[in-house]
Design a protein around this ligand. Structure first.
Ligand SMILES: [Zn+2]
Length: 68
């Protein structure tokens, strides 16, 4: 099963994403787009609080799936 190494590095990257998502102020690069729905935005990382929460929930759900 050579997939195990890939899974491990995916998990590591996911943990970094979750750690960043759970911080109010993050070092996420400003892309000009919402990180969740990719709506163009002029500042911040999400177009609104709903997208931020939904994205955090998605990351959380992914984490649960990986652990399970
Ligand atoms: Zn959005």
């Amino acid at each position: 099963m050579c997939d195990i190494a890939d899974d491990a590095s995916d998990l590591e990257m996911l943990n970094v994403e979750i750690a960043l998502a759970n911080r109010p102020k993050t070092a996420i690069e400003f892309t000009g787009k919402c990180h969740y729905c990719e709506e163009p935005i002029s500042k911040g990382h999400y177009c609104d609080a709903g997208c931020r929460e939904d994205h955090a929930r998605v990351l959380w759900a992914q984490k649960q799936r990986v652990v399970a």
